[in-house]
Unconditional design. Structure first.
Length: 371
């Protein structure tokens, strides 16, 4: 191995133990103004892996951007101060942060790119393709292919919320290791949709995981805290930072789950929160007409944990209301129920995590629901 030298990105040289801003050039917009994707590069003083963290591939999913900002600058929004989470001089390897992939989509508060396409179905992109394919190609070619590992940050659409959870290909040993290290209580197995950055990166030899947390068009403090803590956990696991991982008290690895759907249209009145534990047969919501004269009660088909929940009162037949993960093991049921009632957060330095790998034969896989 040669000497650990500067990290070079285009015309930017980042010296060991320092940080710099850079950008990916995307050409000009219709008014002739330059378009680019901003990057923040933190280059450690010692040799180590390269970790890339991407956010806002869907332009209205703001939590990931907030997570990266907090990770890079701390709560005072300034680098190089006492509340920083990362000291480049005490770090090994290189951290490349992409706070906003879909810049124009964010400005429009839209999930998709201005051409109406979902960028996260177009990787690895095409050099001479349409606008979104070119963006995907440039990001993948210039950033992802230089990585050893990738974390992609997302939220639910604006009609739903997601309890913080990691999505990963649990049949890939390295992805499973990264997912466990991140530290969420729930890990959902999936390969990822065809053309997603996570699936394409993993297939290209860059193990990738995805964080889903919260909902769109806002910064949510709990989601930001979870994301920062998880990325620092992964960096510690990879030897990029010193320190012990912050572990959850319990963890479930889920291959199949239940989407509870509206049997008919109307106004939804939920009786539970995301992150609640529910019993089989428990009423979790009512659907009424606008005058409340007709009521349909929705019950949970299983005992489990609520990972996702509708946030809009307007529903049509078949609309998803709640995403429930079945929990069969009695001890784990008791731990989750106690934890969710108390609203406790993961404790530091938990040595043993109560873990179960769940297969719900009557449920659906994530890949089935996203296809």
């Amino acid at each position: 191995m040669g000497e650990w030298g500067p990290f070079k990105f285009g015309d930017v040289r980042v010296k060991p133990g320092s940080r710099e801003q850079a950008e990916i050039d995307l050409g000009d917009d219709p008014m002739g103004n330059p378009m680019n994707i901003p990057l923040h590069i933190i280059h450690g003083s010692e040799r180590g892996p390269t970790l890339v963290v991407t956010a806002a591939i869907h332009g209205n999913e703001m939590n990931g951007t907030g997570i990266i900002h907090q990770l890079a600058f701390g709560s005072d929004h300034q680098a190089g101060t006492t509340d920083d989470h990362i000291d480049p001089e005490a770090m090994s390897g290189t951290l490349i942060l992409v706070p906003v992939v879909n810049v124009e989509g964010m400005l429009l508060q839209d999930r998709n790119a201005p051409d109406g396409r979902d960028i996260n179905r177009l990787f690895p992109g095409k050099k001479d393709g349409n606008q979104s394919q070119r963006l995907a190609h440039t990001l993948f070619d210039q950033v992802v292919r230089r990585a050893d590992y990738l974390i992609d940050l997302h939220t639910a659409p604006n009609t739903r919320m997601n309890v913080p959870h990691v999505r990963a290909n649990l049949d890939n040993t390295t992805c499973k290791k990264l997912a466990r290290a991140f530290g969420t209580e729930v890990i959902l197995h999936s390969n990822g949709p065809e053309g997603s950055i996570r699936r394409t990166a993993t297939d290209a030899g860059v193990p990738a995981i995805l964080l889903e947390s919260g909902t769109s068009n806002r910064f949510e403090p709990d989601s930001l805290e979870c994301g920062v803590r998880g990325i620092l956990n992964v960096m510690a696991k990879l030897g990029m930072l010193e320190g012990k991982l912050v572990k959850p008290r319990w963890r479930i690895l889920v291959r199949r789950f239940r989407w509870i759907r509206a049997p008919e249209g109307g106004l939804l009145h939920t009786l539970i929160d995301g992150g609640a534990s529910v019993k089989k047969g428990e009423t979790i919501a009512h659907i009424t007409d606008p005058f409340g004269s007709s009521v349909v009660s929705i019950t949970s088909p299983v005992t489990g944990y609520v990972v996702g929940l509708a946030t809009t009162p307007l529903v049509r037949p078949g609309d998803p209301i709640a995403n429930v993960v079945i929990v069969r093991e009695k001890k784990l049921q008791e731990i989750i129920e106690k934890d969710t009632q108390a609203g406790l957060k993961p404790r530091e330095h938990v040595e043993e995590v109560e873990e179960d790998e769940i297969e719900d034969e009557s449920g659906s896989t994530l890949d089935e629901t996203e296809s």
